[in-house]
Ligand binder design. Sequence first.
Ligand code: BEZ
Ligand code: FE
Length: 289
Amino acid sequence: MDFTVETATDAVAESFRGTEDRRLRAVLESLTRHLHSFVRETEPTTQEWEAAIGFLTAVGHKCDDTRQEFVLLSDVLGVSTLVETINGAEGGTENTVLGPFHMTDSPRRALGDSIDLLATGRPCVVSGQVLDADGTPLPAAEIDVWQCDEEGFYDVQQPGVQPPGNGRGLFRTDDEGGYRFRTVVPSHYPIPTDGPVGRLLEATGRHPYRPAHIHFIASADGHRTVTTHAFVAGSPYLDSDAVFAVKRGLITDFTESDDEREAERLGVSAPFTHARFDIVLAPEPEVTP
Ligand code: BEZ
Ligand code: FE
């Protein structure tokens, strides 16, 4: 069969017919159909296609052990959030992107501890409960939190300025499923723009900012782990997150207070800020034998 604009897609899709793994075959056939359809629709010139390959090559070259430019590309194209949303658990707190600043070994901390190791900012207390889908508190649930500081920088972006582990903590909920930690209110900040993804944003007139947020990963036995954020209500960029990760239900009030007694109870000095963020974990799906 001649390879023509009309026959190209079937020819390539057919070439995967012998793929034993049915899922792999379905994915490759679909990729072929969508990619060919994109090319037929946009009719790139040879130079444009070379430029596209050059862009993806630059994305690859920017990747190393600490920088994942392909994930960043997936983020700014909305694909990361789309995949998260498709895989979200019904009945649980909505999930969002993990982002590049998570560390696998967050420092273990006691409930009420501060994750603001520099203690230079206005104190903020974040508390809440981890619950199951019926509203039953989940004791001994794990909460991994990480955030940037009031200037919009994560510890890993400022070695020598911020101590490692600043803005991070691993907590275990108490008998009522409760958790609490002290911190500062994070700022909005730009995603890394010193690579090809930054050039893409610039070429398209898009800003690189994310609204202020605190990252959470919450897990408990028998429940689905959720990766999510508490977004700071009123933050700039809630309506135009560079990575499309905002979900209305995750926008959280960070309330300012002068109440000295409440401050003392929470282990901070007034004035302080308080945010309550409850997390609901959906049940683990039953495994069918
Ligand atoms: C973050 O929230 O840490 C993040 C997410 C996606 C891209 C860049 C940063
Ligand atoms: Fe972040």
